[in-house]
Design a protein around this ligand. Structure first.
Ligand SMILES: CC(C)(COP(=O)(O)OP(=O)(O)OC[C@H]1O[C@@H](n2cnc3c(N)ncnc32)[C@H](O)[C@@H]1OP(=O)(O)O)[C@@H](O)C(=O)NCCC(=O)NCCS
Length: 336
């Protein structure tokens, strides 16, 4: 099941400044805790970075509510770090420590949670952050990074690997493809919950989840999450029936505000076609229908996410017309 983790507020660190020595030569990158007085410089860094991202990828929205961002930098209550070279900030790093429903903790860094002028700055920021993140009990660090080779390299050098892709597509009026004979579409309801849960298992398997390894807590968490999604008034469940049986589904809902995403973006999730009914055009007709309804309701963009390990989905979404914007990088935080 795909879940969205939205960016939390940048939080304030209580501790004072400290120096971290660089790895090579005589250059030292001083890293210290973020202070409220850094807010203006950091806002400018984030604004410039997003403008750069949007220049490289027009599906990235460069607009930022600068006042809100400044306030969140000023009101930080969790640890974040800046590289301060003679009062000139050359980087920053923040990660929100979030727990999932099953109690697993991870650190999340959004597109505005990190900036660095060069690889050494990132290395020093990262070296400072790691012990703290480990001390929180978090097991993994995820970073949303622009899907662009030069942006990814510094993270790869720190041991991060590609985990998932955020794909985006501008919605336009276009002909919707017909369902193959015998397949019908209808809006799903909460009564379809158990069947959707079964289809979600197909999705989980395709995304590389070994269902046998799921703990009871994780199963309960998945169940609750799907129930919550389907109970939400803004969420649309679409199901496809064949001979009176649901064989495919998808869910859409207004995307929560996320850095780099446009307003009026619909989020597409839980897309599954039962294996026996694949390659007949069921998914394409289903998604065409869901997106044309979203367009009629005023949405201008659609986003979805897929795991890179899911080759079929990677091919499917790119063929459908989705383009990667940000990728989710992952690194385990070995707990010492
Ligand atoms: C990905 C998935 C949704 C695609 O569903 P699908 O119904 O097979 O998709 P479609 O039939 O619309 O299109 C699939 C391919 O079949 C082709 N196709 C469509 N109708 C066809 C037909 N009548 N004859 C032959 N091929 C056909 C399409 O052109 C498409 O080719 P492409 O992938 O090269 O673009 C499905 O494989 C699935 O549920 N996978 C597991 C869950 C999953 O990974 N979901 C995505 C999560 S991110």
């Amino acid at each position: 099941m795909i879940s969205i983790v939205t960016r939390c507020d940048i939080c304030r660190t209580p501790s004072g400044p400290g120096l971290v020595e660089g790895d090579y030569g005589y250059r030292v990158t001083p890293v210290r805790s973020l202070q409220p007085s850094d807010a203006d410089q950091l806002v400018q860094r984030v604004v410039d970075q997003l403008i750069g991202d949007a220049f490289v990828n027009p599906l990235v929205n460069p607009m930022v509510d600068q006042r809100l961002l400044r306030d969140s930098f000023r009101a930080t209550n969790e640890r974040a770090w800046v590289a301060d070279e003679h009062k000139q900030l050359t980087g920053h790093l923040y990660g929100a420590v979030l727990g999932d429903r099953a109690g697993e903790r991870a650190v999340w860094t959004g597109p505005d949670g990190v900036s660095f002028d060069d690889d050494q700055v990132l290395r020093e920021l990262h070296r400072t952050a790691l012990p703290y993140w480990r001390s929180t009990g978090a097991r993994e660090h995820f970073v949303w990074c622009l899907s662009e080779p030069t942006r990814l390299e510094p993270w790869h050098a720190l041991g991060y690997t590609l985990a998932a892709v955020r794909g985006s597509l501008e919605l336009r009026a276009r002909a919707t493809r017909e369902f193959p004979d015998g397949y019908t579409l209808r809006r799903g309801t909460i009564d379809d919950f158990e069947r959707c849960l079964k289809l979600d298992e197909i999705l989980d398997t395709a995304q590389g989840v070994d269902l046998r390894t799921l703990s009871r807590e994780q199963r309960i968490a998945d169940r609750e999450e799907l129930f919550e999604t389907l109970s939400d008034d803004e969420c649309h469940l679409y199901v496809v029936e064949h001979r009176g049986r649901i064989v495919a589904q998808c869910v859409t809902f207004p995307s929560p505000q996320r850095r780099g995403s446009f307003d009026h973006t619909i989020y597409l999730s839980e897309v599954v076609v039962e294996p026996h009914h694949e390659h007949r055009g069921v998914a394409s007709a289903l998604i065409d229908a869901a997106l044309s309804i979203a367009l009629a309701h005023g949405f201008g963009y659609v986003e979805t996410q897929w795991r890179l390990s899911n080759l079929r989905a990677t091919l499917y979404w790119t063929n459908y017309g989705f383009s990667p914007t940000y990728v989710r990088l992952r690194r385990a935080l070995e707990i010492s």
